[in-house]
Design a protein around this ligand. Structure first.
Ligand SMILES: C[S@@+](CC[C@H](N)C(=O)[O-])C[C@H]1O[C@@H](n2cnc3c(N)ncnc32)[C@H](O)[C@@H]1O
Length: 236
């Protein structure tokens, strides 16, 4: 889903929504500073277009990681100060290095329960002692809206886009189909349709899985900046 034709559209559509990315990034910086005042290095896994990372580069040495090289290319254009690493969780390259904080925002829902747990274990050696694994949870079967239809339109100086999404629940997995049509003056209209599979799980699951992977888990309640709250795993 996250190919080159989608990166600029994802970035523009997400920024056009009411979500406070700067507020969320600043809240997370505050959590890291409070837990580990000497924290210097931050890895953003599933960084996408760098929509959060651009707010962290003033305070941390940031590495943006993603399974999609195309998303990372776009992210690197937006946030040239950050390093990049292409890998697909749950696999983690041995050469990744060690970070004071690892952040996964709207990324873990892409993984099955087994893969998410495997990822928590695989990333653990890459987190410094006392460092944090910060996870944004996603919906559970109780608060997810089935058959949801999303609709965005927007225009920049170079192109106009209409984006539609439809989600349907199959047991604990939500299949989200996204269609977007992008119109440009020279090349005309191009359309793409793709489906992502996102995993519903109870909120407590994240804390239990972090504990099983050797972290101490705590939950940060939702607030104005954090729509779904955050799970924070502290590495012993
Ligand atoms: C919904 S976007 C979230 C981007 C950004 N973190 C945000 O909150 O807006 C999910 C991102 O995770 C990446 N991703 C999905 N599965 C992944 C995996 N198994 N390993 C690494 N990245 C993955 C996708 O390529 C995409 O860029």
């Amino acid at each position: 889903m996250y190919g080159s034709e989608y990166a600029a559209v994802y970035d523009a559509v997400m920024k056009s929504r009411a979500r406070d990315y700067a507020g969320m990034a600043h809240h997370i910086s505050g959590l890291i500073d409070e837990a580990l005042p000497q924290a210097r290095t931050l890895l953003d896994v599933g960084a996408g277009t760098g929509i959060h990372a651009r707010h962290w580069v003033d305070g941390f040495d940031v590495t943006m990681a993603d399974a999609s090289a195309e998303m990372l290319d776009y992210a690197h254009e937006q946030v040239p100060e950050a390093s990049t690493a292409v890998f697909t969780a749950p696999a983690v390259p041995d050469t990744l290095g060690v970070f004071d904080a690892v952040v996964c925002l709207f990324m873990i829902p892409h993984l099955s329960d087994e893969d998410a747990e495997e990822f928590f274990r695989a990333i653990s050696p890459h987190i410094s002692s006392g460092g944090l694994l910060i996870i944004e949870p996603w919906y559970s079967a109780d608060n997810h809206i089935d058959h949801y239809v999303g609709f965005d339109t927007l225009r920049t100086d170079e192109w106009a886009v209409a984006r539609l999404s439809h989600s349907v629940r199959r047991d604990q997995v939500v299949e989200v189909t996204v269609h977007h049509a992008k119109a440009q003056p020279e090349s005309g209209i191009a359309a793409h349709t793709e489906t992502a599979r996102l995993h519903l799980r109870p909120l407590e699951w994240y804390g239990q899985a972090l504990e099983r992977a050797g972290f101490t888990g705590s939950f940060v309640e939702p607030n104005e900046a954090l729509e779904l709250g955050l799970w924070v795993g502290t590495k012993p």
